[in-house]
Design a protein around this ligand. Structure first.
Ligand SMILES: Cc1ncc(COP(=O)(O)O)c(C=O)c1O
Length: 398
């Protein structure tokens, strides 16, 4: 079947909850993908940062296949021989005491919310059912009913009420607003270190550290959603390291699954994740042996290939180069590591228009908010491939 026939099938049989570019990918290797019509494209989205290692990374694929041959699924009703080593390795990797594995990012966020609430009642002493969590304007944490209850985007909420109470929304990375919003019932601040879906918004230096200090002073948990920014994407293993902060609760997803399998995890101290008792919370697939084997290898590859440093060096040079593109379309280039946003002037039209054009030049990109084009290639991209993409970006956006 060619891409047109695939498109017709998808239009006919799939719910229309996405509006993808008209490209039907059939193969992927490294930073390149190929569609069913034989066209090759450079992948500049990386599955929303799930593909930090590129497509089909040999070591990750090998771990996946080897484990799939042995044992794929047990459920946590029994133990499996990948789970213990995974828990030890990921907690040491993240500098936390305990881990609670899930599958998708949104489940990780839900888990962190439940942990913070229960910690509030059991440890902090908040009155039953009064716990409040502070979130940030312009956030993106996923799509469950509870998470969209504090979403930035009216479209995410439209038609899906009633919503979950217990959340307050303040401006992003705003210490004054945080201080003003905290009450005796506040259990946590939930924040992304960089708002990725919100338009690649990097907070002013030190602002999140100040928020962290305010949390400390008020016995409020600082929850970092590093689902998109974590695992080397921004030039550090975790984006919150740019602020010198170690979060109380860390949420990982996307790249933790090496681009081959959904794996998410919540990490925290014994005091926080220790509030869960058997039966309080769980997931059929969370912590399964295939997920654990893949995640263990992903964590090793991050270190062995020195991906944080690679993202930092390539990203810094690429941002500097993008800033040299002249013309009247680009308003600002911003980002950290290889999480880069190109904001366009309104007069230039919406970013999606340029994603379509770039596709014709062999590059797959995705807008974030209307005016922002996101550049987030696999971290294994070479300088030569970045040069290749620069030429195309300069042509289309210059
Ligand atoms: C910061 C952040 N949190 C949570 C999520 C939700 O992850 P998932 O789509 O795996 O549920 C995303 C997805 O884009 C994200 O970027």
């Amino acid at each position: 079947m060619d891409s047109k026939q695939h498109g017709e099938l998808i239009d006919r049989y799939s719910a229309r909850n996405y509006a993808p570019l008209p490209v039907v990918i059939a193969k992927g290797e490294g930073v390149w993908v190929e569609d069913v019509d034989g066209h090759r494209y450079l992948d500049m989205l990386s599955g929303y940062s799930s593909l930090n290692f590129g497509h089909s990374h040999p070591r990750i694929l090998e771990a996946f296949i080897e484990q799939a041959r042995k044992l794929t699924m047990t459920s946590r009703a029994f133990q499996n021989d990948q789970f213990g080593p995974f828990c030890k390795e990921i907690t040491e990797f993240c500098g936390q005491d305990l881990v609670l594995p899930m599958n998708t990012g949104a489940e990780g966020v839900e888990t962190a919310i439940k942990a913070a609430r229960k910690w509030g009642y059991k440890v902090k002493g908040v009155e039953a059912d009064k716990a409040e969590i502070i979130c940030c304007e312009n956030n993106f944490h996923g799509r469950t009913v509870t998470i969209i209850s504090f979403s930035r985007d009216p479209q995410f909420k439209d038609g899906f009420g009633p919503f979950t109470p217990g959340f307050k929304v303040i401006p992003f990375a705003n210490p004054q607003a945080l201080e003003a919003a905290i009450t005796k019932n506040t259990v946590a601040l939930l924040t992304e270190p960089i708002q990725a879906e919100g338009g690649i918004l990097v907070p002013p230096a030190g602002a999140l550290k100040q928020c962290y200090d305010i949390c400390r002073k008020n016995n409020v948990l600082f929850i970092a959603d590093e689902i998109q920014t974590g695992l080397a994407r921004t030039g550090r293993m975790f984006a919150i390291e740019h602020e010198g902060v170690k979060p109380d609760v860390l949420i990982l997803g996307k790249a933790l699954g090496g681009g081959v399998y959904p794996v998410s995890a919540v990490l925290a101290s014994k005091e926080i994740l220790g509030v869960f008792n058997p039966g309080d919370h769980g997931s059929t697939f969370g912590g399964n042996p295939l997920a654990c084997a893949v995640a263990r290898t992903a964590l090793k590859v991050l270190k062995d290939e020195n991906l944080p440093q690679r993202a930092a060096e390539l990203g810094e040079a690429f941002v500097a180069r993008l800033r040299t593109i002249g013309g009247n379309k680009i308003k600002e280039v911003r980002g950290r590591g290889l999480l880069i946003g190109i904001e366009l002037h309104e007069s230039a039209g919406v970013a999606k228009k340029y994603c379509k054009e770039l596709k014709e030049h062999g590059m797959l990109c995705k807008d974030t908010i209307e005016q922002v084009l996101r550049i987030a290639p696999p971290l294994v991209i070479s300088q030569k491939e970045l040069d290749w993409s620069f030429e195309r970006l300069a042509k289309v956006l210059g």
